[in-house]
Design a protein around this ligand. Structure first.
Ligand code: URA
Length: 192
């Protein structure tokens, strides 16, 4: 079956999922959005209020900042795929628990194995720790890690701070901006 059809079917499966209780409280599950042939997949934590209402990832305040960061390296949403570690909004934006993460990780793994990106960019510590447990985001952000054996083809992960954290902390805003410069340089190298 063609990749786009498989991914659309998977997104529908995610919309109908009832593997944990989060589906009962959310308005719309948020499977992901973007290019099924993307070289880079971005993974956030979980949908917030606006994402829950629209069923789309990163459409609220942190999404607006993410769009600016993408624009700064000449990427837009049609070039990448964006999803979250957990696809349904946790009530009051609480942290997702381990069971919720484990249930949703099965979907994330299938999404990554279908898209086969060269690189995963994790946004925030939750999505980073799902691939790189024990690592601190203050030490790992902006670096590329090789993760073997987790996905069929994808091996490289670049952790970044979550755009929402930069909305509250101006210092993290410049860190995130610099890390995006590194990402842009890396993507140029990978294309050569
Ligand atoms: N924060 C996230 O982690 N994901 C979204 O989709 C929106 C905000």
């Amino acid at each position: 079956m063609k990749r786009a059809i498989q991914l659309k079917k998977l997104e529908d499966e995610i919309r109908k999922c009832s593997n944990c209780d989060l589906c009962m409280a959310c308005t719309n599950p948020v499977p992901g959005y973007g290019n099924y042939f993307a070289k880079v997949v971005f993974i956030g934590e979980a949908p917030g209020k606006e994402e829950d209402l629209q069923g789309l990832p990163f459409v609220g305040a942190s999404g607006k900042f993410l769009d600016k960061l993408l624009e700064s390296i000449n990427l837009d949403r049609e070039d990448i795929y964006i999803t979250n570690l957990v696809k349904c909004r946790p009530p009051n934006n609480r942290d997702p628990n381990q069971n919720e993460i484990d249930q949703c990780f099965k979907f994330l793994k299938r999404q990554i194995d279908l898209i086969c990106p060269m690189l995963i960019v994790t946004l925030g510590r939750f999505s980073m720790n799902a691939f790189l447990p024990e690592i601190k985001i203050s030490q790992a952000h902006g670096q590329v890690f090789k993760v073997e054996g987790l996905f069929e083809k994808t091996e490289f992960i670049m952790p970044m701070y979550h755009p929402a954290s930069a909305l509250y902390n101006p210092k993290l805003r410049s860190v995130l901006t610099e890390d995006f410069v590194k990402l842009g340089e890396l993507l140029i190298k990978l294309k050569k």
